[in-house]
Design a protein around this ligand. Structure first.
Ligand SMILES: [Fe+2]
Length: 185
């Protein structure tokens, strides 16, 4: 796989949303956004700037265009082509991961439902667990060989409120994994 195409695709794939959407707080589709869209507009921009570079390779341009056209992954999501190269597939997966994780984090911050669960999230086609996952660093110990051993203490039926994960130093490697805490080099 050629990483350069992946980087180019990550930079360029949604760049033409600046033509597709209005700026400001209330974002709407522009005329060009409704009539052309950011995928096809991307091809126009690639053509325009590749033309300014003397002898820009035709096949390089073609594969960059494929990445832009295919980055939504499926026909029903607006891609006129589905990803057919490793580079295009990876750009699509990165874009999808970014989109879904962004939605998840936004829901966790803004959903007004009480309790652990959000209301139905159309973009993700599911409800979402909003609370932090339980973290029990005091229940894990290491023996002399450095292997982790769990104490068989009964765990509380209701998960304890997680401690501030950015300030507590991990006690074991498992604790680091579960807490997403500072990893020692
Ligand atoms: Fe896009």
């Amino acid at each position: 796989m050629n990483d350069n195409y992946v980087v180019a695709g990550c930079i360029l794939h949604d760049l033409c949303k600046i033509y597709e959407l209005t700026d400001g707080i209330n974002v709407e589709y522009t005329e060009e956004g409704k009539l052309v869209g950011h995928l096809v507009k991307g091809l126009e921009i690639v053509d325009r700037y590749a033309y300014k570079i003397k002898n820009f390779p035709h096949y390089t341009k073609m594969h960059i265009k494929h990445i832009l056209l295919a980055h939504h992954g499926e026909y029903e999501y607006g891609s006129p082509k589905i990803p057919q190269t490793s580079e295009a597939f990876l750009v699509h997966l990165i874009d999808m991961m970014d989109s879904k994780m962004g939605t998840l984090e936004l829901i966790k911050k803004t959903d007004s439902s009480t309790g652990n669960w959000s209301g139905f999230v159309k973009h993700l086609d599911r409800i979402v667990y909003k609370s932090e996952l339980p973290f029990y660093p005091d229940y894990i110990q290491e023996d002399e060989m450095g292997e982790e051993k769990r104490e068989h203490k009964p765990q509380p039926s209701v998960p304890a409120k997680p401690k501030n994960m950015n300030t507590q130093e991990p006690k074991t490697s498992m604790a680091k994994m579960l807490g997403g805490l500072k990893i020692e080099e």
